[in-house]
Design a protein around this ligand. Sequence first.
Ligand SMILES: [Zn+2]
Length: 450
Amino acid sequence: MRRISALIVLAAGLAGCAGPKRLPPVAPPPGDRERPGVSVPSLLGVGLLENEATVDMQAEGPAELLDGRTGVVLVRLAAGGERVSCRRDGDEVSWRGGGRDGRTTALVLRPLDPVVRVSQGDYEYRGEFLVICASRGGGLTLVNNVDLESYLKGVVPWEIGRHPAERMAALQAQAVAARTYTVAHRGARRDHGFDVFASVMDQVYKGAADEDPLCNQAVDETAGLVLQAGGDEIEAYYSACCGGTSSNIEEVWAREARSYLAAADDGPDRGGQAYCAESRHFHWREQWTVSQLTDTLGRTLPAYLDWLAESPARSRWAGPGFSPHDGSSNARRPGRLLNLEVAGRTTSGRVADLVITTEAGVYHIRGDRTRWVMPPVSGNPFILRSAMFDLELEWDGSRLLRVAVRGRGYGHGIGLCQTGALERAGQGQSFQEILAHYYPGAVLIRPNGE
Ligand SMILES: [Zn+2]
């Protein structure tokens, strides 16, 4: 019954497929959780595909197709492996499967037995599929409605990797952080018709086919546990390697300060003995010729100005992004790179203000966005590993020839440091100790009291 009522809540927001949809989150608003007698639906909507021309899916055992709006069964699929094909038809999903076809605004593929998996392409998932019209563009969106704990089993191994049992405490800490992140972000993608993306936009999720036994154990052993501060789930960000010191969130992103996301040394000696010092990303270097970087900046500096213009909060946080040399300068045509300078650093030593002087004028790039304006020449990774870097400039007299950055860490550095957590686990820290270090002041609780 819980699954059906959750689905109806979700589908009730579907008023035809045209235009942006405002689906309610699968979970009720936080206030409802305290009301006695209100059950908290645990199904999460994970966006697997968005705006695809066609969607083919199947269940690996007996299943049924339902109208997601009314809950009416459209057709029973007696055998496993029967393909259901969907395409967009105007404002509806046109489907074919089980010897029948039809149209609906929301199509659900639900196994009769919850242990049966649904599959799409090379991936298998627990739970069920929901197909709706994409909120942007003329295609279809495929959502995996799945319970939170099963979802986490498809996330943890892809976010922290597969590790031996002596690192279990880090896997447990990762499971709690990922669970907390998910609960706190439920509904944040409702304009898209689901709760979270199955990618780095939120958390990488690859379903049930390639789970890891130890990661599953970490999810089970921490089942239901989340981190809270002031009665709400915290924003449990995490990244691969903090480079020795984690970030104050408000210094790297245009976001409000959070006491539990504050700069802290990851170890007794940030220079060499940080817990994450063994990470292969602890030290890194990238370099460009001036002409390579000039080409890149021709693309990334206008993109930075667009990013600033998208939100008043960003502009307030970052200040002006460009000062022209004269009235004829065009911010969108930076021209040749003349100089680079770090004009400010965050508490943790990350670049807070990168000043880039070109033929057109002077650009100020703030915080974590510095990673986007100077992507490595190789394209891998697609942005700089971190904003914790020093510049090395090579000159011929007053002419800049070459630029290098020497950096530390991988990721935004906010919250839990994954390689630091793995090392702490190896040295015997519990997952509670690990979380207490990376999210100071947050409390571990099980909101449903299960
Ligand atoms: Zn670290």
